[in-house]
Design a binder for this molecule. Sequence first.
Ligand SMILES: Cc1cc2nc3c(=O)[nH]c(=O)nc-3n(C[C@H](O)[C@H](O)[C@H](O)COP(=O)(O)O)c2cc1C
Length: 353
Amino acid sequence: MYTLGRKLRFSLFGRSHARCVGCILEGVPAGFPIDVGAIGEEMALRRPRPGIGTGRAEADGVEFVEGVVDGRAVGTPIIMEIANGDADGSGYLAFSRTPRPGHADLPALVKYGGFDIAGGGQFSGRLTAPIVAAGGIAKQMLAREGVRVAAFCRSVGGVEDRGERGLEDAMASRAYPTRACTAELDREFSDCISSAGEDGDSVGGVVECVIGGLPIGFGGIWFESLDAELAAAMFGIPACKGVEFGRGFALAGMRGSQSNDAYRFEGGRVVTETNNMGGILGGMADGAPVVFRTAFKPTPSIAKRQRTVDLDSLEDADVGIGGRHDPCVAPRAAAVAEAAAALVVADQMERGF
Ligand SMILES: Cc1cc2nc3c(=O)[nH]c(=O)nc-3n(C[C@H](O)[C@H](O)[C@H](O)COP(=O)(O)O)c2cc1C
């Protein structure tokens, strides 16, 4: 199993075309009420949308196998299963011979003898479904402490949202299939994704995540710092290739006089005048919303022919990938990023940070 967190411990299992994917969530306090309907709403945000997502249609119902009775956590590990009902393995066997550029096929075939490549096996985006389910519980734990986590798509295929955005905008993005903040951007993102798909190609995108309500000082230090653990969780999500907090890489080109977030008092509280640091200093919340962006690469499986190798004939070859794939993973990954962030913050909360 693949594990995230120490006290609120999330362990992920399954493969794309196994009977199910699922997770075990340890550390939810006994008696904690779980709103199963709200978890269903989170799952719906990860589901592919017509035209901009894969044609694989999964119901994504979450079965609480153990650990929840009468809507409350028992205090024992919570086991959640999500059935794989619409698996179609035809076509994948070829990739054992001609691995897909950009996907995990080649290293997985070399590393794991007998690797079941169907649907990408354990490297499939399908395994992000349990992250969203468990993240839904983490969000409910955080909400009790006044902490909210939400994400939106900042850019898709180079089309960028240049607006000033905050937590409420991120919440509003839940209404749009592309997770854009406005209807106009939703259309632009959608057109960009559709046209890449029509070309047999794919595009990437940037997901921005906002965490509101963390008190000054929340977080850890060094390798347990809030940004270190959030970044590690983001890099665990398939197709993530970059994470930056606040102004991120742009900070490297600024002067300290421009980059430092000045303080002032507002209603007896210390606030920052800007949020270039993304709400984290020394690994701890500085009172501003925590803001970070995660870059998702273009989906590796594309219909366009690409160069690869034939591992049987030991000759150069090419491959065109049919089947059902997301032309852009970013809109679906927004739900995953906010769920993974919620798991990290709720774990740090349970650890007394
Ligand atoms: C929500 C989500 C959906 C994805 N869907 C696909 C897909 O349909 N086809 C594909 O080739 N990759 C898809 N991916 C990306 C691959 O899983 C990923 O690129 C692959 O496992 C290699 O890992 P890496 O990109 O992190 O190196 C998806 C990722 C996420 C987060």
